[in-house]
Design a protein around this ligand. Structure first.
Ligand SMILES: [Zn+2]
Length: 414
């Protein structure tokens, strides 16, 4: 939705049908509506961070929504008359306007965490969230050796919602993956991605772990895939590199040398903020399919999106805590059968949280990405954790996948 959408499209009732119910459950139904204008970015970030937590916990007495009108962001909330007593002006029947410049701090007190909620659609209008989608382990994250028919079908399925939604993506290619197929078949698979609008990035030749192999060998792997991509797809610029396991240097020396190698070869390391364990779900899913267990496959599908949403909510909050606002996010998912099935629902989840899809380049143009990443160590961390560490903020544990999914993924296939 654009900034000029009319009020009518963003009434709380239209946006969020349970609105009436929530108000009633509070026991003091009120038609008062407060409007806050002129939010400073800092106050807005703080309010929105609280609201995001409330949405997550559903612990609400009151309900609010935000929208744009006449090119200005508004935050409208309902609350009882007492909450409004000191700081708002009735502009027309049931509508109150608040000038945040006068009452910012008071407002934060009035709207304590238990009294606010924001509809997701409306949230999108006030602070457009952005996410860049990146897909690792092309041409196939889970069919080894690759079956040509299945890999083509999977790739088609992954690309359908990307094309339909004009979603910019970068796909990271493992040079040797699907090596059992002929060179033409492999080239056709990469062409499918490019024809689908994806930009291709370098994910090494054989997916080595920088914690375990010498840097020299690792660099050869990057060059091999670079050469392969140029040989296969022609004189296109391959500008992003994604280290397998997000391991980019266990010592300061390795990290520095890798970065200078990448720069010399015209590469940038592609960050990830929404780091997650989609691959654990994908392994469990692979098992359910292999065992022809449709009920289990469905159970995994049903658990996947809530898990991914918990990851989004977690890093939205951590972004505000670490950098004072929600940075454009970068999602990492894999080219798996699970994602081929679930990508439309996954994208919809992001849309409902108010996200628009942007290119990796656009996301990285944001100032957040100029925050130094000083992390040195053996872990593959989200960049939000890295930025936090650089600012003296310890890592908080991420939401975990359900134990039963974890167990399924780690049992050997029958
Ligand atoms: Zn990978």
């Amino acid at each position: 939705m654009g900034a000029n959408d009319s009020d009518s499209e963003c009434t709380a009732e239209a946006l969020f049908p349970p609105f009436q119910e929530i108000r009633r459950s509070n026991g003091s139904r009120s038609d008062d509506t407060g409007r806050i204008v002129g939010l400073s970015p800092a106050i807005r970030a703080s309010l929105l961070a609280r609201i995001a937590v409330l949405i997550q916990h559903r612990s609400l007495d009151y309900f609010g929504f935000a929208h744009h009108s006449q090119n200005k962001p508004w935050l409208a909330v309902t609350w009882n008359n007492q909450g409004c007593r000191h700081s708002c002006v009735q502009t027309r029947r049931g509508v109150f306007t608040m000038k945040l410049s006068d009452v910012a701090l008071k407002v934060l007190k009035v709207f304590s965490p238990s009294v606010l909620m924001l509809a997701n659609c409306a949230l999108a209008q006030t602070t457009p969230r952005q996410v860049a989608i990146t897909i690792d382990d092309l041409p196939s994250a889970d069919l080894r050796p690759c079956n040509e028919h299945e890999t083509v079908a999977n790739t088609k399925k992954l690309l359908e919602p990307i094309r339909a939604g004009k979603v910019p993506v970068v796909g990271f290619v493992i040079g040797e993956r699907c090596g059992n197929l002929g060179p033409e078949e492999r080239r056709d698979l990469l062409k499918m991605w490019m024809d689908g609008g994806a930009e291709l990035g370098n994910h090494t030749w054989s997916h080595p772990d920088l914690n375990r192999v010498p840097l020299e060998e690792y660099e050869k792997e990057i060059l091999a895939t670079d050469e392969y991509l140029h040989h296969t797809i022609g004189p296109l610029k391959v500008r992003y590199f994604r280290p397998p396991y997000l391991h980019d240097g266990a010592t300061a020396e390795t990290k520095r040398l890798l970065q200078s190698f990448l720069t010399r070869h015209g590469y940038q390391e592609a960050p990830v903020t929404l780091d997650n364990n989609d691959w654990v779900f994908a392994a469990a899913y692979r098992r359910a399919i292999k065992e022809n267990d449709a009920a289990l496959a469905e159970r995994i599908e049903d658990a996947y999106i809530p898990y991914m949403e918990s990851i989004a909510a977690f890093f939205e909050r951590r972004s505000v805590e670490v950098l004072g606002r929600e940075c454009p996010q970068v999602l990492l998912i894999h080219a798996s059968r699970l994602n081929a099935k679930m990508l439309p629902t996954l994208l919809q989840m992001f849309r409902e949280r108010g996200y628009t899809f942007v290119s990796l380049e656009q996301a990285m143009n944001d100032k957040c990405y100029r925050t130094p990443d000083t992390y040195v160590g053996r872990k593959g961390l989200s960049w939000i954790h890295r930025w936090g560490l650089a600012r003296g903020k310890p890592i908080e544990p991420e939401p975990e996948e359900p134990v039963w999914v974890d167990k399924l993924s780690s049992q050997p296939l029958k």
